[in-house]
Design a protein around this ligand. Structure first.
Ligand SMILES: Cc1ncc(COP(=O)(O)O)c(C=O)c1O
Length: 468
């Protein structure tokens, strides 16, 4: 066992674990690199320490100073633990949507948390980024880590993650698979592995299906950390400078359900409990490995542990509520479901003219009182809308009397956010929802709508003795 002079010295040097059961039937050797073995519980400890050390060396952070960062959690945790150890104040700006366990870990290290509404474009003055930047500028002795554009972030992986993988495979690695958030991990590790192997190692960016990096529509995602979200009202789509796209040979888009299935199977077949972005990387790697040979060695980087996601990806109720299936759950009793009453629903874009929208709907045969969804415009790989991109619902009749599409939109019921899972029992769903129309979710995306009136008419109500 190694002994270290401080917790900071124990960052890095994570092992490789060979997959046996999860990679059964595949020809190449497949290893995972469990980055939760870092003291803060994720790959981001490496970048956090490197950015902080460089700021000290450059004089941007001095004794008594304040470490500031805008983060979805893990980088903040790395910075908070380093700040606690070195005696700096840490102020972390994050959104209220990050896993509760990560927020609790930040405060456990003594960091101050500033929770900010996540749903504001990055270039808006109220965005989490703008608020973090303003605070850093106005606070004497403050240093903003800026992981998205900080060269010390990929440099940390060039200096540590890459050499570890090369040494621990005795130079046999042929394929490296990682997700892309700020791009620090894949850019630094990938560049090192390509250089040391004379260009032989191939680097795959495992990307959520919705992520703009691999041509997705940039809509909201269920997997934290990985991929690139584009706010529908963003003036410009800014990609991080920490990402070197030249290092990535190809992207492998992975849908949320496949990522969730991959980590649930990994936990049950290998005893390895990994987080959601690990599922994206693993699903991509196992798909890639099907086309490789016995000569190949695949290394998959797993950024954090499943411990922070026990109440989401590993929770059958959370999965069911969002229309995902649990591969390990028992089948239901066969009651009538919301799906049996749902109808595919046309949509109109919030910023198109009401007159154009009506013309289009009429040409498509949509009746005057049919439900129509009002959604944010998205470009990229075509996907069913994410519920956060749905502004409300309307009908061609309402549109006809309105100046703008947005002006004709009616809100979905506030309870449950007006969302019901396709597989939810119809009777329970009727009792749980309010409003006239609810979105029907299939694997996290909007498959259609159901009206409260249709749910109420479900024959199961009569047999169950419900009042109308
Ligand atoms: C859970 C998780 N997965 C993946 C990533 C992506 O890593 P990187 O920012 O190095 O691209 C992050 C980054 O914050 C993360 O927190």
């Amino acid at each position: 066992m190694a002994s270290y002079e401080s917790v900071l010295d124990s960052i890095g040097a994570t092992p490789l674990l060979r997959l046996t059961r999860a990679a059964q039937g595949l020809r190449p050797r497949v290893y995972v690199k469990p980055e939760w073995q870092n003291p803060g519980g994720s790959v981001k400890d490496r970048a956090a320490l490197a950015m902080l050390r460089r700021a000290e060396a450059e004089g941007a952070l001095r004794p008594g100073g304040t470490v500031v960062e805008v983060t979805s959690g893990n980088t903040g945790i790395g910075l908070a633990l380093a700040a606690a150890h070195l005696g700096y104040r840490a102020v972390i700006f994050t959104s209220s949507t990050i896993a509760r366990e990560k927020r609790a870990q930040l405060t456990a290290y003594g960091a101050e948390l500033r929770l900010v509404d996540a749903f504001v474009p990055k270039d808006h003055p109220d965005s989490v980024h703008a608020q973090g930047q303003r605070f850093a500028e106005e606070t004497p002795g403050a240093w903003l880590a800026h992981q998205y554009d900080n060269p010390a972030n990929p440099a940390a992986h060039y200096a540590t993650t890459g050499p570890e993988i090369w040494a621990d495979t005795d130079g046999a690695v042929t394929h490296f698979v990682a997700t892309v958030g700020t791009g620090g991990t894949i850019s630094g590790t990938g560049r090192y592995l390509k250089e040391v192997s004379g260009g032989r190692v191939r680097v795959t960016g495992a990307d959520p299906l919705t992520s703009a990096y691999s041509g997705g529509d940039g809509s909201q995602k269920y997997i934290e950390g990985a991929g690139h979200f584009v706010h529908p009202e963003a003036a410009r789509d800014l990609w991080p400078r920490s990402l070197d796209t030249g290092v990535i040979d190809d992207y492998a888009p992975v849908d949320d359900q496949s990522a969730i299935d991959a980590i649930r199977r990994l936990a049950r077949t290998e005893g390895i409990l990994a987080g959601g972005s690990s599922g994206v990387a693993l699903a991509a790697a196992l798909r890639l490995a099907e086309h490789l040979t016995e000569e190949d060695t695949v290394v998959v980087l797993l950024p954090d542990s499943g411990r922070a996601y026990l109440s989401t990806y590993f929770d059958d109720d959370w999965l069911a509520a969002n229309g995902f299936t649990a591969p390990t759950a028992e089948g239901g009793p066969g009651e009538p479901t919301v799906g049996a009453h749902a109808t595919a629903t046309p949509d109109v874009e919030a910023d198109e003219s009401a007159a154009d929208a009506v013309r289009r709907l009429t040409a498509a045969g949509v009746a005057d009182d049919d439900v129509v969804l009002v959604v944010h415009r998205r470009a990229g790989r075509v996907l069913a809308p994410h519920p956060s991109d749905v502004i409300g619902w309307t009908t061609p009749a309402r549109l006809r009397g309105a100046a703008t599409v947005a002006g004709a939109a009616r809100r979905l019921g506030p309870r449950l956010g007006g969302r019901l899972a396709l597989t939810a029992p119809a009777v329970t769903a009727w009792a749980a929802t309010d409003g006239e129309v609810a979105l029907v979710l299939d694997r996290g995306r909007v498959a259609g709508t159901v009206t409260r009136r249709r749910l109420r008419r479900d024959p199961a109500h009569r047999t169950a003795g419900h009042a109308g």
